[in-house]
Design a protein around this ligand. Structure first.
Ligand code: NCD
Ligand code: ZN
Length: 345
């Protein structure tokens, strides 16, 4: 039985680090395990310009605990009024690694998101021309579409037409949650990839209703039926370079989750690698873990792999019921559960 696993240091290709005191409280959890991370721009107000992204990047770097080596990769929050020239210039200057499409109203702080993708056709064409990747929160937002169908409907109504209009656009279909998304990405060209979160590999929608309503199992896109979870596990562990790690760790204070209108988001960064590795072990695919965590992401983004390594050890430990990050009390993913792997650095 494997008792220790050493792999190239991974990166997190989708994370919410927030700002201010929350940023200071959470960034160390990501920086401890990951060398780089694609940082989501859904602050309030959102990070829409290269100037704002530069300033945010500086605040992140300043908040990283001493002795940790971590590079934030910044994204531009697309709005109906995004300036194609600023996006492309920001990308060429290395400020932006990608741009992020939030359909307006899809999730936390997405009110300034894009109301109709045709509004940003010019910006997307400029991005394709420049080779700038587009990260997509792939859900339609119409109230008439069932919340569990929003990803599948997005593929049909938005993503397929988008890739017909701009076939060479580099797209990361983020935090996929359905069999339909897996199939879509598998069938698409090499310019289309997807990230998969730990929670969507571990839980199905029953977790939100286990003995009562469970706000800490609620994130967006919402967890789906078991058959979808199984399709995601197969995709993540199957060795296809189109699927790679993106935690979507999204901290919200305990009281903001345990509320009459609780926020969407699961805080998984403190034990992210342990959580993923459990899935790979259960699927008999420990040998694929390094590719998923450390190689396929950089390959898609055209970045070098990390040279350092990290080690996980087989060691039982209980995930704390909550974590005080100063700014807030956070309930981590797997709270109160025993994990069988431990990140040792
Ligand atoms: C994210 C957040 O809280 O910022 N929430 C979530 O449930 N994943 C936003 C997002 O990525 O949808
Ligand atoms: Zn997210």
């Amino acid at each position: 039985m494997t008792t220790q696993l050493t792999i190239r240091r991974p990166d997190d290709w989708h994370v919410h680090l927030r700002d201010g005191a929350m940023l200071a409280g959470v960034v160390g959890h990501t920086a401890r395990q990951f060398a780089r991370a694609i940082v989501m721009p859904n602050l309030s107000p959102p990070v829409t310009t290269a100037e704002a992204a530069r300033a945010y990047r500086e605040r992140i770097v300043a908040a990283v605990p001493a002795g940790m080596n971590f590079t934030p990769l910044m994204t531009a929050y697309l709005t109906n009024n995004s300036d194609p020239a600023d996006l492309v210039q920001g990308f060429r200057e290395g400020v932006f690694t990608a741009a992020k499409l939030y359909p307006a109203g899809a999730t936390t702080n997405s009110d300034s998101g894009v109301t109709d993708i045709m509004h940003i056709q010019g910006a997307l064409e400029a991005m394709a021309e420049a080779g700038m990747p587009l990260c997509i929160h792939g859900e339609v937002t119409h109230a008439s579409v069932d919340v569990f169908d929003r990803e599948a409907v997005f593929i049909e109504q938005v993503l397929e037409p988008l890739l017909r209009r701009i076939p060479l656009l580099r797209v990361i279909f983020e935090h996929i949650t359905t069999q339909e998304a897996v199939q879509f990405v598998e069938a698409a060209g090499d310019n289309v990839a997807a990230t998969i979160t730990p929670q969507h590999l571990h839980i199905n929608r029953n977790a939100m209703f286990a003995g009562g309503i469970r706000p800490h199992a609620y994130c967006l896109p919402v967890a789906k039926r078991e058959k979808h979870r199984l399709a995601l596990r197969k995709a993540a562990t199957g060795g296809n370079p189109k699927f790679f790690l993106g935690t979507d760790s999204a901290p919200h204070a305990r009281e903001a989750k345990e509320s009459a209108c609780g926020c969407a988001g699961i805080y998984n960064s403190p034990f992210a690698l342990e959580s993923y590795l459990t899935v790979f072990e259960d699927e008999g695919a420990i040998g694929q873990f390094e590719d998923f965590a450390s190689r396929f992401g950089p390959a898609f983004y055209g970045l070098p792999v990390n040279e350092e390594t990290v080690t996980l050890e087989r060691l039982e430990h209980e995930v704390p019921a909550s974590i005080d990050v100063g700014a807030a009390e956070l309930v981590p993913f797997h709270a109160g559960e025993v994990l069988h792997w431990k990140f040792i650095g």
